[in-house]
Write a protein that binds this ligand. Structure first.
Ligand code: GCV
Length: 708
């Protein structure tokens, strides 16, 4: 006892207790801190466990295949985390089981699933094991988002066949337009070292139904086709296979010359054709379920068939013939082409080149079309090719990486952008011929259907840089599976699985997410403005950019602002791009009825043009820019309001990024309002505070970003 009192008073004890305190503090902080790595597959303990989950004892799988093993392991880990229960994995069913069973008569397609329950079992049934895997993740989603399980009855099948991520990853580790670190693929370590992260990447994708990944940039390197790199690609394919994910490669069109040592890469040359046939055979020997090729040709300096006076169909045929012996192999040929024509309209370029080729591609080719006619702007009208190529399967290309939406520092939830495009009516076969229904084949009866998303992932611990960027990856997968889901529903799922299940906080964050894209449009490109961002880098405002190596890489080419007004006239009196759409769409966007959101996409209007709000155009433009900044302020307040419901690390990260977003929204607002004011020569409307800096001062901010 005496020793204890002596020890208690001693310096040693004080040091010991300080150390204990710090260790405990570190433990507590560490236990709470969330670095975002687990994405939406978090599986933290539920505050209330539903009775049916408490009765569970086992997981019953129909086979020991790799796919069933990963499904069982996911369920085991998840249920342990969510409820604390240890489930055994078995092959024979008993009561109290999560029962995975193949049912050939289930009313779903090859990848679909049906979830149901009996008094003691939760049942996942599907026609295939891949369907069971998707059902596994769907069941976990039901549990994670607290859906009542006692009446569980969910049937779901994907609406499009190819649901792919496109990685713009280079062999040197960089990512074109990537803002979340470097590539996930450790090319120098592969195939010998398999980073465990590859499995987590595959789990995340499988959980949202993504079934393919194009590993490399469309500005492709031929290096990926070398025997050495193909072994690396094969190693990744081996990891992804159990998760239902196929690998694809972007190919460099001139590879026969640069890699094969041929004199030409002319797609009609028999030696070139033979080279591709042999290369394809080599790939399939290593990767029997290889998905196929993605091609960017004759676009932005990439080589292509036109280098040999051949057409896009000639180029695509060279590859589709090489893939013909392999029924699962497809060619995805991109329609993103445009030429530097000072008198032309880039809007029309893809349409003009591809529309005449309709019906001329082989049946294993899909033409991959960006959602809009220019380039992933915060708002674009749908690409006029949708609905215009009835005999050629068109595949959607969305961009998840926020090249034009503030990189990984701005919060912009993109489901509303994706939905706006998918829900647009092309009128190709009368009312209701939405872009989504063109894509899923129901309008034209396409035999192959697909949707691609340019990935926003990278080596950052939280995968996407901005914690909320994960929601865009999640939303893309969910919409590629089922485009009828609402932006709100997808946001709610993601928030509940990733951030919090607290009802009030969920509602607040959902509101932040669903409004964030419109807020960003307001402070960047309101009323149909487009392509007025920083040169090349595509960051920050640069509406005054008038000179560049190509006219269609300036800003003035797009906004055409002068003393009389602003906007690109694409009507009869202008470029006539509006004529590329069905008559009903033309009417919807003509001078008499064009909604404010698309106005400057199609019309050059006077600064005094009356707007539906009752304001003149100039005043409306200013109001929208100011509303954009106010929208960010509101997001900051909303985020403060959920502080206690959010992991501290994620909270601080988002808070910091919102503060950058606020500063940069102001930058956009001041730059655009002050610059356009030099042309409109009108005052900033009453009630809006004047910018505190001059146009020259704002221009210097942009210059900083141009310094190499
Ligand atoms: C991969 C835009 C981007 C380029 C990208 C290109 C494309 O122009 O700025 O980085 O290149 O689109 O989609 O091919």
């Amino acid at each position: 006892m005496a020793f204890f009192f002596r020890f208690h008073k001693s310096i040693a004890f004080q040091r010991f207790s300080q150390a204990l305190f710090v260790t405990l503090l570190l433990f507590v902080t560490h236990a709470r801190a969330d670095d975002g790595y687990r994405l939406w597959l978090k599986y933290d303990r539920l505050s209330k466990v539903q009775p049916i989950l408490n009765h569970l004892q086992s997981i019953t799988i129909p086979s020991d295949s790799p796919t069933m093993k990963v499904a069982a392991k996911e369920l085991q880990t998840a249920i342990k985390g969510l409820t604390g229960k240890n489930l055994t994995i078995q092959k024979t069913a008993n009561a109290g089981s999560i029962l995975l069973k193949i049912n050939p008569t289930e009313h779903v397609n090859a990848e679909g699933y049906h979830l149901s329950q009996s008094s003691k079992n939760l049942i996942i049934s599907a026609k295939t094991e891949t369907g069971l895997l998707y059902g596994t993740f769907a069941l976990l989603r039901e549990i994670q988002t607290l859906q009542p399980l006692e009446k569980l009855n969910v049937t779901s099948s994907p609406k499009v066949q190819y649901r792919l991520l496109n990685h713009w990853d280079n062999n040197n580790g960089t990512i074109e337009r990537g803002y979340a670190g470097s590539t996930l693929w450790h090319w120098f370590d592969l195939p010998d070292v398999i980073d465990p992260r590859y499995h987590d990447y595959a789990r995340a994708n499988a959980s949202i139904g993504i079934n393919g990944t194009v590993l490399n940039n469309v500005n492709a390197s031929a290096r990926f086709l070398t025997p050495e790199y193909l072994k690396k690609v094969a190693a990744l394919a081996d990891v992804f296979r159990p998760y239902g994910i196929k690998v694809y490669l972007s190919v460099f069109f001139a590879a026969p010359k640069t890699l094969g040592g041929l004199k030409t890469s002319d797609p009609l040359d028999p030696e070139v054709k033979r080279w591709w046939a042999e290369k394809t055979k080599e790939i399939y020997t290593l990767i029997p379920d290889f998905g196929g090729y993605l091609v960017k040709a004759n676009s932005e300096g990439e080589p292509g068939p036109q280098d040999y006076d051949r057409t896009h169909t000639d180029g695509a045929r060279m590859l589709s013939e090489a893939l013909a012996p392999y029924p699962q192999g497809i060619v995805m040929w991109r329609s993103f082409v445009y030429k530097a024509d000072p008198n032309g309209d880039r809007f029309k370029a893809g349409y003009e080149e591809f529309k005449p080729l309709d019906g001329k591609f082989d049946s294993n080719v899909l033409v991959q079309v960006k959602n809009g006619p220019i380039d992933f702007q915060p708002r674009e009208p749908f690409h006029p090719l949708f609905g215009a190529m009835p005999q050629t399967p068109l595949m959607m290309e969305f961009q998840l990486t926020q090249e034009y939406l503030g990189f990984a520092t701005h919060l912009a939830y993109m489901a509303p952008l994706f939905k706006e495009c998918l829900d647009s009516d092309t009128y190709a076969k009368g009312k209701g011929s939405t872009v989504a229904k063109v894509i899923d084949g129901s309008v034209h009866g396409y035999q192959k259907t697909g949707m691609a998303g340019v990935a926003n992932t990278g080596s950052d611990r939280n995968w996407t840089g901005h914690p909320m960027g994960q929601a865009n990856w999640y939303a893309f997968g969910r919409l590629a599976w089922d485009y009828t889901l609402s932006s709100e529903k997808i946001a709610e799922e993601w928030i509940r699985m990733t951030l919090t299940n607290d009802t009030k906080a969920v509602a607040t964050i959902q509101n932040m997410l669903v409004n964030s894209r419109e807020t960003l449009v307001n402070y960047m490109t309101p009323l149909g403005l487009h392509h007025i961002m920083g040169n090349n880098l595509h960051y920050g405002p640069n509406p005054w950019l008038a000179k560049n190596v190509r006219p269609d890489w300036t800003s003035v080419y797009y906004h055409k602002a002068d003393e009389n007004g602003i906007g690109f006239d694409r009507t009869e009196s202008g470029s006539k791009a509006l004529h590329l759409y069905a008559p009903e769409v033309q009417k919807q966007w003509d001078a008499a009825s064009c909604p404010p959101e698309y106005l400057l996409w199609f019309h050059h209007v006077p600064w005094t043009h009356p707007m539906p709000s009752g304001r003149i155009l100039w005043d409306e433009l200013c109001h929208r820019y100011y509303a954009g900044v106010a929208g960010v302020t509101r997001m900051q307040q909303q985020w403060e309001g959920v502080k206690n419901q959010i992991d501290p690390e994620i909270f601080e990260n988002v808070k910091g990024k919102l503060s950058i977003q606020h500063r940069e929204a102001l930058w956009w607002r001041d730059a655009c309002v002050l610059y356009f004011q030099t042309l409109s020569k009108r005052p900033i409307p009453e009630g809006l505070e004047k910018p505190t800096r001059t146009l020259e001062e704002v221009k210097q901010l942009v210059d900083v970003y141009q310094i190499r």
